[in-house]
Every structure is written in C-alpha cells, then in structure tokens.
Design a protein. Structure first.
Length: 201
C-alpha cells in the first residue's frame, strides 16, 4: 500500500514537471530575450546616429552652397546677421524636410513661410555673420543638440578650405579648419549633447 502510494506520488510529480516550464527556465528565457533586445537596440541606435551624421554632412554642404549662391552679389555676409536661417529656409534652395514652420497661408490670408532650419538630430540650425577675419566677412553655421557619438565625426571632418574655424564650447580649431581628434573628443565628451559652430567664408 505504501509502495503503491509512493509510486503514484512520484508519477504525479513527474507529470507536473513534464507539464510546464519551471520558474528557473522561464527566468532564463526572459534574461536571454532581454540581452538580445539590448543588443538590437544598441545596434539600431548606432546605425541611426551614423545615418544622421551622414545626413548632417549633406545638409551642411547644401547650406554652404545656398549661402554662396544667394550672396553671390553681396560684398559681405551682413545679410545673414539677424535672420539668416529664415532667409535660407524661405529661399527654396533647401529640402522641406530640413525646415521648420510651414509654407502655407493662415486663416487671415497671410502667408506664413518657413521660419528656420532643423538639423537631423532635432536641434536648430542657426546661421549668422562672423567676425574672425573682419566684421561680416565670414558666416557661421551653428548646430545644436548634437549627440556625443556624432560630435567627434562632424567636428573633425574637413568641410573644405573655406572653414576659418570649428568651435565646441571654449575649444576652437588652431589655424582654421576642423578640430584635431584629441580636441574634438575632449570637447564632445563634456556633455551628452553639444553645439558645434563652423565659421566659413
């Protein structure tokens, strides 16, 4: 009788074990799933920042081209000193996906044009006149909200011989052009998101 009861009990325990997963097995599956998801998210974030960095370099080149085209008949860049980004935004020379505001007519019949330019990282692009060579003899492109991963790449990229200096916070390139990798890394690592200013002619 005791043997029969013990056997029946063992069979019941065995059936329960075979019926489903143990708590330990479920925890292991969840842990492995979390590790895989973290890896996928890290890869996606890196790929996303890399693509936005490439888009940013394309945008900067287009802004340079638009400024040179619009200012071809001007002796300096004073025309960019107060509303440079708005002037470029309304020029029709930049793709609408980069612009803030809208090119539409409001309820009173007034035209409300684009009001500014956004960079691929969601920050504002500010355009102005520079002073390094002489008052209004250069122009500046300021990129806000640049993440650390993109900052070093953008700050060390050669944007052409027309770059007078590149500045992040209190760090500026020595002798014009891009920042050195060491200076860029130090300046970009100071905060999670930073502002880069290029001064050009």
């Amino acid at each position: 009788m005791i043997k029969k009861y013990t056997t029946a009990r063992h069979m019941k325990v065995r059936e329960m074990r075979n019926a489903g997963f143990s708590l330990l097995e479920i925890a292991m599956v969840l842990a492995i799933g979390a590790i895989i998801m973290a890896g996928v998210m890290m890869y996606y974030n890196t790929a996303s920042v890399s693509q936005k960095t490439e888009d940013a370099m394309g945008e900067i080149a287009s802004i340079q081209q638009a400024i040179h085209s619009l200012g071809a008949g001007q002796s300096d860049y004073q025309w960019l000193s107060t509303t440079g980004a708005q002037v470029l935004a309304q020029s029709g020379m930049l793709p609408a996906k980069w612009l803030s505001g809208s090119a539409s007519t409001n309820s009173t019949g007034s035209f409300t044009g684009y009001t500014g330019i956004n960079n691929p990282f969601g920050g504002a692009v500010t355009i102005g006149a520079g002073t390094t060579i002489g008052t209004n003899m250069t122009y500046t492109i300021q990129y806000a909200n640049v993440p650390t991963q993109a900052c070093t790449k953008l700050a060390t990229t050669d944007l052409g011989s027309g770059v007078v200096k590149t500045t992040i916070g209190s760090t500026s390139s020595q002798g014009g052009g891009a920042l050195s990798p060491t200076d860029a890394n130090t300046a970009c690592s100071a905060t999670q998101k930073t502002t880069i200013i290029w001064e050009m002619y």
